[in-house]
Design a protein around this ligand. Sequence first.
Ligand SMILES: [Zn+2]
Length: 227
Amino acid sequence: MTDLEPTFLAVFRELKPRTPLPAIEIGFYPFAHINSTIRLREGRVLVRLSDLLQTAPEMVLDALAHILLRKLYRQPIPEVYNARYRRFIGQKDIVAKAHLIRQIRGRKRLSSPQGLHHDLEALFDGLNQRFFQGWMARPNLSWAPTASRRNLGHYDPAHNAIIISRIFDAATPPPFVLEYVLYHEMLHLRFPVRMKGSRRCIHSAEFRREERRFEAWAEAEAWLKRL
Ligand SMILES: [Zn+2]
């Protein structure tokens, strides 16, 4: 039971005095924006709040409980609650924090598959034909913001995106090394990691076997070791 449960239940009691109190689940989530959602599922009220609200004063959370529950039950929201909530998220430090998390968490969706030297979509399509008979649905493809040597590529299931280090968007290393890294990430789509939201790299024996179908496998591996 979170501290917020009594707050939400009190508001619920106020709005629907004759209805039995529902089960309610409230959690804080690392959203890219200060957003909050509420929905009903199988008689339970599910509330997801931005983790930026974790430090909000009681008065603000009470206002938010009014806003969300009234939205859920289609009741008009008194201006006093909207104003109180807006005043809180309009505070300088909250605006600054929100801006920062948007940059950090929202970044992935911003960059394009077209780099200076290589187009990830064209490369994906080629590999798809070569190794998957063209059946693989194209995920979001994106160059990472930096030329990281540690994180050369990863598949992010949350965004259904393959992100490739900018280190490969250059004249060297040769294009087949980039293709090999992209092919590796495509195999993560082919053999999904079961843990949800995880970025861990899990490579089964089958995965490793498929990886070796890449013609220049040994040369590409050698290049990656040098990086
Ligand atoms: Zn991997």
